[in-house]
Write a protein that binds this ligand. Structure first.
Ligand code: GTP
Length: 444
C-alpha cells in the first residue's frame, strides 16, 4: 500500500513547524517527517526534535538546503524511498521551506521514483492571518490580489509566493488568528476563498488543527469526481506545470550563484546527479527568484539582555525571518530559542545548555553528540541564528547584533545584576511586538 503524503507549505514563519509539533503530539498515526529549512542553521530540525520524542528516531529527515531545485528533487526522492525501507510509519509529512514553491515538491511524488511508494494525498498551506491581511486586505474594495511577476531586476515579490502557495493547495490553515480582529479574520478568509474556492479553510491559533482534518483528507479523487484538484491538474499537464515561469524572462542561465547555504555538499552520495531533470533547471532558484538572502550569525559571547531586547523591538524592515538559539547573559542554564516573523519576536526556553548539567550528564550528552563543538570555558553555550532577509543590509544588522554582545568589562561584571526580561522556565515565552514595542510574558 502506498503511503499517503501531505505537503505542508506556507511563507517563512507562518507557523508550519508549530503546527507540525502539535500534530506529532496529538496524532495517533506514526508520522514520517521531512523538514527542509532555509539557511545553514537547520533550526526546524532542531526544534522539532526538541519538542517530540523523535530525537533519536530517523523518521525526521532534515534536508539542510533551502534550494528546492537542487536539494529536493534528487535528494528528496532518494531519501524518502530510503526512509520507507528503513522505518515504519503510516503517513509522510513534508515541510517545505518558507521560500519553497509547492509544485516542485509535489512533482516528486507524482512523477519521480517515489511515486509508486507514496501517494500524494494533499497540499496544506499555512497562512499568517496578520501578514496576509496587511498585505492583501488593506483596501476597502474587494479587489482580488494577483500575482505580480518579476520586477525590472527580475526579482519577484514575496507576496507572489504566498499567492502561489494559496492557489496550489487543498487545505488552507489560517494561523495566528490571535493577531487579528474577528472582522479582519473574516476578510482574510473571504479573500482566500475567492483565490482558492476548492480548498477547505480552517482558522486557528498556534497551528492547532484536528489531525483528522489535516491527514485524513482525500481531496483528490480522480475516479469519483472525474476532475482532479487544480494543483494535480497542473502537474498532470506539463504545458501548464510551469506557468510560473511565463513572463519570467530574467536570466536562468548557467553561472548563477545558486545561493546555497554553506556546507551543502553537492557530491553527497554516490552517483549524485544533483537530481535535476530538465524541468527543474529552467526556473530560477527560489532564493534568487524572490531576492532572498540568508546568513548565519554565530557568536560565543552572550548578549546583554537589555541591549538585545531593545534591538528586538527595532528590527530592520528588510528582515523577513530570524530564528535560532540565543545565549543571553544571566540565563546560563537556559537555551533560548529566538523566532522573528512578521511583527513579533518570541524568546522561548526550549532546553538547557549541556554545560549547565552535572559533569556526569554532560559526559553522557557529549559522548552521544561527538560533533558538538565545545568551548573550554563556556561549553556549548553560543548564539546561532539564521537571518533571512530581502533588501536587507545583513552586515549592518550583524554589527547591531555585535553591539548587543557583552563588552570585555561586562564579561567580568555580575550578570545577574542586569535588567532581564528573558524567560527562565522551560516553555516560558516572552514576546516582543515591533508595533506595540511592548513586552509580555506568558506561558503556553
Ligand atoms: N502570535 C502567534 N504566534 C504564532 C502562532 N503560530 C506560530 N507562532 C509563532 O510564530 C513563529 C514562527 O512559527 P514557526 O512554526 O516556526 O513558523 P514556520 O512556518 O515553521 O517558519 P519557517 O520554517 O521559518 O518558514 C514562532 O515564534 C511561533 O511561536 C500563532 O497562532 N500566533
Amino acid at each position: 500500500m502506498a503511503i499517503p503524503v501531505t505537503i505542508l507549505c506556507g511563507e517563512l514563519g507562518a507557523g508550519k513547524t508549530t503546527l507540525l509539533s502539535g500534530l506529532l503530539e496529538s496524532s495517533d498515526r506514526e508520522i514520517g517527517l521531512v523538514v527542509n529549512d532555509v539557511g545553514a542553521v537547520n533550526v526546524d530540525a532542531d526544534l522539532v526534535e526538541a519538542r517530540t520524542d523523535l530525537s533519536t528516531g530517523e523518521e525526521v529527515l532534515a534536508l539542510e538546503n533551502g534550494c528546492i531545485c537542487c536539494s529536493l528533487s534528487g535528494d528528496l526522492s532518494r531519501s524518502v524511498i530510503r526512509l520507507q525501507r528503513e522505518r515504519e510509519f503510516d503517513h509522510l509529512v513534508v515541510e517545505a521551506s518558507g521560500v519553497g514553491e509547492p509544485e516542485p515538491i509535489a512533482r516528486q511524488f507524482v512523477r519521480g521514483p517515489a511515486a509508486g511508494v507514496y501517494d500524494l494525498e494533499s497540499v496544506v498551506t499555512v497562512v499568517d492571518a496578520r501578514r496576509f491581511h496587511d498585505r492583501f486586505v488593506t483596501s476597502e474594495t474587494d479587489e482580488v490580489p494577483a500575482i505580480e511577476g518579476p520586477d525590472e531586476t527580475g526579482t519577484r515579490p514575496l507576496a507572489d509566493l504566498v499567492l502561489e502557495q494559496v492557489e496550489f493547495c487543498d487545505l488552507l490553515v489560517v494561523n495566528k488568528c490571535d493577531l487579528v480582529t474577528e472582522t479582519e479574520r473574516d476578510r482574510v478568509v473571504a479573500v482566500l476563498e475567492t483565490l482558492q474556492p476548492n480548498a477547505a479553510v480552517r482558522t486557528t491559533e498556534y497551528g492547532r488543527v484536528d489531525p483528522d482534518d489535516l491527514l485524513g483528507i482525500e481531496c483528490f479523487d480522480l475516479e469519483e469526481t472525474g476532475e482532479s484538484a487544480g494543483w494535480k491538474r497542473a502537474l498532470e499537464d506539463e504545458s501548464v506545470a510551469h506557468t510560473h515561469d511565463e513572463g519570467n524572462d530574467h536570466d536562468h542561465g548557467e553561472g548563477h550563484d545558486h545561493g546555497h547555504s554553506e556546507g551543502h555538499d553537492h557530491d553527497r552520495g554516490e552517483g549524485h546527479d544533483h537530481g535535476h531533470d530538465h524541468h527543474d533547471h529552467d526556473h530560477a532558484h527560489p532564493h534568487e527568484e524572490y531576492g532572498i538572502e540568508v546568513d548565519t550569525y554565530r557568536r560565543r559571547r552572550p548578549f546583554h539582555p537589555e541591549r538585545f531586547a531593545a534591538l528586538l523591538a527595532d528590527l530592520p524592515d528588510g528582515l523577513v525571518r530570524a530564528k535560532g538559539l540565543c545565549w543571553i547573559a544571566g540565563r546560563e542554564r537556559q537555551a533560548i530559542t529566538m523566532s522573528f516573523a512578521g511583527s513579533e519576536t518570541s524568546l522561548e526556553v526550549t532546553g538547557r545548555w549541556i554545560a549547565s548539567l552535572s559533569a556526569e550528564r554532560q559526559e553522557r550528552h557529549r559522548s552521544g553528540q561527538p560533533d558538538l563543538e565545545w568551548d573550554e570555558q563556556w561549553g556549548d553555550r553560543e548564539t546561532r541564528l539564521a537571518l533571512i532577509g530581502r533588501d536587507l543590509e545583513i552586515g549592518a544588522l550583524t554589527d547591531r547584533l555585535d553591539d548587543c554582545l557583552l563588552t570585555d568589562d561586562e564579561m567580568d561584571a555580575d550578570w545577574t545584576a542586569f535588567e532581564n526580561d528573558a524567560p527562565t522556565a522551560m516553555s516560558e515565552t516572552a514576546t516582543v511586538s515591533a508595533d506595540a514595542r511592548e513586552q509580555t510574558a506568558e506561558n503556553r
